[in-house]
Design a protein around this ligand. Sequence first.
Ligand code: FAD
Length: 509
Amino acid sequence: MIADVVIAGGGPNGLMLATELGLAGLRPVVLELLPERATENRANGLVGQVVRMLDRRGLYEQLSGSTEPPKPAPGFVFGALPLNLSVLDDNSLYVLQVPQLRVQQILAERAVELGAELRRGHRITGLTQQDDAVTIEVEGPDGPYRMRTRYLVGADGGRSLTRKLAGIDFPGVTRDTTVSLSLHATVPETIVDPATGGLNVPGYGYVPPFMHHRTERGLFVYAPFPGKPPVITTIEWPEDTPGDEQLPTVDELRASVGRVLGVDVPLGEPEGEGPFLRRRLLGGNTRIAERFRDRRILLLGDAAHVHSAIGGPGLNLGLQDAVNLGWKLAAEIHGWAPPGLLDSYESERRPASERVVMHTQAQSALIAPGSEVTALRRLFTELLADPRTIQHVTDTMSGADIRYEMGNDAHPLVGRLAPDLAGLAELTRDARPLLLDLTKDGTLAREPRGWSDRVDVVRTQVDDAPATALLLRPDGYVAWASDSPEPGVAERADLRAALARWFGAPKAE
Ligand SMILES: Cc1cc2nc3c(=O)[nH]c(=O)nc-3n(C[C@H](O)[C@H](O)[C@H](O)COP(=O)(O)OP(=O)(O)OC[C@H]3O[C@@H](n4cnc5c(N)ncnc54)[C@H](O)[C@@H]3O)c2cc1C
């Protein structure tokens, strides 16, 4: 027996890929070394285009608990500088506050519902590639075994064994100059600002909630998530980085807050039901895999790229990698992928990861201590008074600046994530290629008949439509668009070229 796809790692990105493959009719096997669901939370939220993307898979309602469609955030921060997003005409920064553990739980349930086999307590330990398959060595609860798969996707995190065994380098930089502490802790009620939920720290001043707050000595974050004691985080740049990997204590955090803010804040042990967060991170890595594919092995999420968590871009990048890869891999396995489709995973997603590396490194520079950085921040603050600069920074952080190369970029929507249209979130849930015919008479409806087994055609009318027709890939990106009320011969030929480029040769009629 040979599996179609094995995914190494049941973190958020591996699980998202499993759901996408499930929607495409495949039954991937997910090998996850942890025997039980993970208990240590990492991300506290999703930031950027990924929020719209999850809405288009019907997952936003479950994650947010709201039946309203997602709305962009009124404000955010870049390198601990406030961004006033309310001045933008086209605000692309969506934020969904949700613990990563919850995202993982929902994706795990969904993946299994769609037919994935999730094997917990199974660790990949070795692999070899043949022309037609990858043979994997696995250590399972009942001992070692071997399995074969047509494709192996390494979604096994920043220290990916899959990447190492495939001989793929991970160039970049490792910084060991920072110490970050994050703990649940209590603060005196008297200093909590009832209006904003922020802190009025005696002798220091106001600190807003959930925002990175920089001083010349370090960074402080006060995050009063509901239902638990607040999470307090500091980042410092000590002269000698201590190699201490012990779990930090509240007293240690209090001393760190004292150094960063310059005044003592009497923090207390967390109260209520645990478990409580106690995390120490020493330094950090910024690296991108030398290549995302080696024959039948592909890398996804943190296995392909790691960077600072500042601004929360990790899941925006990784979950969109999964949505980009899922349909392409499925097309390859179903046998209709046009040449080069699977390689477009890397050519599209590498630039996205390079943008994230660029802006997280820029933000790390802006939060560093020292008077030169304070001067740089003053200059940035002046630049960020201009809405065009805010738009640029916002699109960079959200990933809305990404425009994939589609071979026909005459229409401004081509290469971009499809704009929100009434009913689109429902139409894209099953992740099928989609021709949206918005012309008055539905004149395009017959055009993709050679692709009718792969491409759905929907005739619809919406107010203020941004085009008269849109061809959408399963990842929601626009492959072709028209503004003509009645697209003519040349435009129809362009449409057929786009259909063939992304969805393979038409069936003979
Ligand atoms: C402190 C912190 C805060 C963060 N905050 C945010 C945030 O607010 N927003 C955001 O978007 N991102 C944030 N991130 C980044 C985000 O957590 C990561 O990008 C995300 O976890 C990557 O998911 P992944 O599925 O690629 O890898 P992982 O989450 O690392 O999952 C990999 C999985 O593979 C399994 N595995 C490893 N080796 C093997 C093996 N040999 N065989 C089988 N299974 C294996 C692991 O057990 C794990 O379950 C944060 C990260 C950290 C550390």
